[in-house]
Design a protein around this ligand. Structure first.
Ligand SMILES: [Zn+2]
Ligand SMILES: [Zn+2]
Length: 335
């Protein structure tokens, strides 16, 4: 099968050039940095390579070095997930240990203990290896089928930005409804209860959840790029620009950051939600864990606002006031 071939689909970039640069033996380089250095050298003579920016060269070098697209995409996704998730959690773990930052902690008396963080870390890592490894390894065959490109150059920044914006909005919608369903009887008891173990969340707790929850909420992150690619492939008359794997990778990293940050437990004066009022931020999701009801969306505040499911005593008092006014109006009609 074509997708399992042991050659990178990006080989064409260097097929005529390797061996000519810095390589007396005429052999292709055997290390990642060797491939990257060769691409940098070729920039001086090859017009196509000279037009690639450094991120595109880093990307192309990875696929050339791996020389197997399935392995390259699988490993890229797995490493990106692990490094970005745990890497993003690390600053929050450090901040938890520095009393200076406690003034911005949303629930200041509830600092997670080292034991809690360690137990959570082990559980999340186990979950990643068991539940998420297989779908990650199957992603490249899916990309090939859906014509998701791994080639260079990347699409324009504008195209990547509006595609990512669409994924943010769609994921938020999916997350709102799926999360709201997870708070209903059986779904809560059997699945979502695990995620609510921590009434005061911390970064690592973002993916501390039942495998079924990880898979179903994860659809919001991975499913919409797949739907987009399906539409672009099946409806060419719509002229949708093709999706690139780099766009999906960037989107997933941003979504991971959003998930970890919303569980951080800290609301700083410089947090994004103070500049973009519709951005949910940590306070929004912290209230969900604290009060248990409401604030079901992930990235934005509009769904909870419009559907009157905001968390906390202020939102609750507002709901009760509106309900009272409605009852009084109805009662007046019958007098
Ligand atoms: Zn919940
Ligand atoms: Zn949560």
């Amino acid at each position: 099968m074509d997708i399992f071939k042991q050659t990178s689909s990006l080989q064409y970039i260097i097929s005529n050039s390797f061996g000519n640069v810095n390589n007396a033996t005429g052999q292709a380089p055997t290390s990642y940095m060797g491939v990257l250095n060769n691409l940098q050298e070729l920039s001086n003579t090859d017009v196509f390579i000279s037009k690639l920016n450094i991120i595109e060269k880093l990307w192309a070098s990875w696929y050339l070095y791996m020389n197997n697209d399935v392995l390259a995409t699988g490993l890229l996704f797995f490493l990106t997930h692990e490094l970005m998730y745990f890497g993003r959690c690390l600053p929050w773990m450090i901040i938890d240990r520095i009393p200076f930052f406690n003034r911005w902690k949303i629930q200041p008396t509830k600092i997670p203990s080292n034991k809690e963080q360690w137990e959570c870390f082990k559980s999340v890592l186990k979950l990643h290896l068991l539940v998420e490894a297989l779908p990650i390894w199957l992603f490249h065959p899916l990309c090939s089928t859906l014509k998701i490109s791994v080639d260079v150059p990347f699409p324009s920044l504008f195209t990547m930005l509006w595609q990512i914006a669409i994924f943010f909005v769609c994921e938020d919608m999916w997350h709102y409804w799926a999360h709201r369903l997870f708070h209903v009887g059986w779904f809560y008891r059997k699945i979502h209860k695990q995620h609510h173990k921590y009434a005061a969340p911390f970064g690592l707790a973002a993916e501390y959840a039942h495998p079924v929850e990880v898979m179903s909420l994860g659809f919001g992150t991975v499913g919409f790029p797949i739907i987009y690619a399906l539409l672009a492939k099946n409806y060419p008359e719509w002229d949708l620009p093709d999706l690139h794997l780099f766009t999906i990778t960037t989107w997933i990293v941003l979504r991971l950051y959003q998930a970890v940050d919303s569980h951080s437990g800290y609301d700083f004066p410089w947090s994004l939600n103070h500049f973009l009022p519709f951005w949910a931020g940590a306070a929004h999701h912290d209230d969900h864990h604290h009060y248990f009801i409401g604030n079901y969306a992930s990235s934005f505040r509009w769904f909870d606002y419009c559907l009157d499911t905001e968390s906390g005593p202020i939102a609750k008092a507002g709901r009760e006031r509106r309900s009272r006014q409605k009852s009084e109006k109805t009662a007046k009609k019958f007098i």
